[in-house]
Design a protein. Structure first.
Length: 415
């Protein structure tokens, strides 16, 4: 089977040059391809984006004085990912197919250059996959940043916030492919394609294929949710149960709810949930999730918030850089830059303030971001003067605990 390398380059171009999400870029071409081709495209493009920082450094090191750019660099990036990271890949096939594509598009001389680069990369592949952190070295050197595979501004902040060892472990774990986790309605759920997870109602998918075609999907028995989000739902709901709500169900609100997993999970844990989202398109996704799972969640429009009575519990999952989900969504590494951070910090501050205004005195608020950057987590709590009211906090990451996505979360009680 000859794989669609030219389409893969077009996908990378849409992400890296046009700043589309990987999902959006893949959707442009999926209808043109067979199922095996789509699976290959997804794997190679996401993997190349996940490893791009380290692979860029490798490509430049084997290219001597001539640094490839544009279309040529992107096709070399895709092939380098296969040669360095993928198991059971045919080196000869990868090199041959890539060189043929370059020759057809750009001519003989560039194809010879590509061949020389890829042969060197193939010879060094295992060493670069298992590359040791450069020591002794300045942790903020170009070599250290390239090793991490992260944008320099994220790597710099991780080293500052947590120290070098934590940052190294996070970067290394973020190069791995994430597991697919499932949240079911009942703890004794029995289907053949999952294995039990570490907390009640959590399961790890043991086989691939379209989720919508799996047993239980149409019946609303489960939804896809990373283990980190499941842990937060479970531990927050258990924490709330310690308090006296005078024998009635906890009245909860998910303020940034789409696509709906948090709200449904809280409802399945016994909380009387209302949910909304400021984005109309995402509100539609939320509605679809609630309807399919038949969860007892009331979906309201954003404009209806002003008429709500104060809640016992509000979850604010604020917009953020996504620094915690770089493994699952590798395009995020390159779609958001340091320049977006200041506007996101303002949005987070506003969301936290709004969420707190919707909680009655003595009620509870969970502030979370799918980021591990302190500015977006603890920094927001401190800036709002709320640190004294924090009951419990979480910093979750792929190299810690259950190995899920990275999150910062704070459960506080409103005075």
């Amino acid at each position: 089977m000859k794989y669609p390398r030219r389409i893969a380059v077009r996908v990378l171009t849409r992400v890296l040059s046009d700043f589309e999400t990987l999902d959006e870029a893949l959707a442009q071409f999926s209808s043109e391809l067979s199922s095996p081709e789509v699976a290959w495209l997804q794997e190679v493009c996401s993997g190349a984006l996940r490893w791009k920082g380290r692979l860029d450094f490798l490509i430049d090191s084997v290219a001597d004085r001539k640094k490839p750019s544009g279309w040529l660099r992107k096709i070399l990036l895709l092939s380098a990912y296969q040669l360095v990271v993928q198991d059971r890949v045919s080196v000869g096939a990868v090199v041959s197919e890539t060189v043929d594509e370059v020759k057809q598009r750009d001519g003989v001389a560039p194809s010879r250059f590509a061949n020389a680069c890829l042969r060197k990369i193939a010879a060094q592949g295992k060493a670069w996959r298992d590359l040791e952190f450069p020591t002794p070295s300045d942790p903020l050197s170009a070599q250290a940043i390239a090793w991490s595979g992260l944008p320099s501004w994220i790597w710099t902040r991780l080293v500052r916030d947590y120290g070098l060892e934590w940052a190294r472990a996070y970067a290394q774990a973020s190069l791995e492919r994430p597991k697919l986790w499932i949240r079911s309605r009942y703890p004794n759920w029995e289907v053949s394609w999952v294995g039990s997870g570490p907390i009640p109602c959590s399961w790890q998918a043991l086989e691939g294929g379209a989720i919508a075609e799996k047993d239980g999907f149409k019946e609303g028995e489960f939804f896809v949710q990373d283990i980190t989000s499941q842990v937060l739902v479970h531990e927050v709901s258990e924490e709330l149960k310690k308090y006296d709500f005078q024998g009635r169900a906890i009245q909860g609100l998910d303020l940034c709810a789409a696509p709906g997993g948090k709200a449904v999970g809280m409802a399945w844990s016994g909380v009387d949930m209302t949910a909304t989202d400021i984005s109309s398109s995402r509100l539609s996704l939320l509605t679809q999730t609630v309807q399919r799972t038949q969860a007892d969640v009331k979906v309201i429009a954003w404009s209806e918030l002003q008429s709500l009575s104060p809640r016992d519990f509000v979850w604010v999952d604020a917009p953020c850089t996504g620094s915690g989900i770089l493994r699952r969504h590798p395009d995020v590494r390159w779609l958001k830059g340091e320049k977006e951070l200041s506007s996101l910090l303002m949005e987070q501050s506003q969301a936290l303030k709004q969420g707190l205004s919707l909680v009655h005195s003595g009620g509870f608020l969970l502030y979370s971001v799918c980021s591990v950057l302190s500015e977006e987590g603890l920094g927001q709590i401190q800036k709002a003067g709320l640190e004294a009211y924090v009951l419990k906090k979480w910093v979750l990451a792929p190299h810690l605990g259950y190995g899920g996505d990275g999150f910062s979360a704070f459960l506080l009680r409103k005075p």
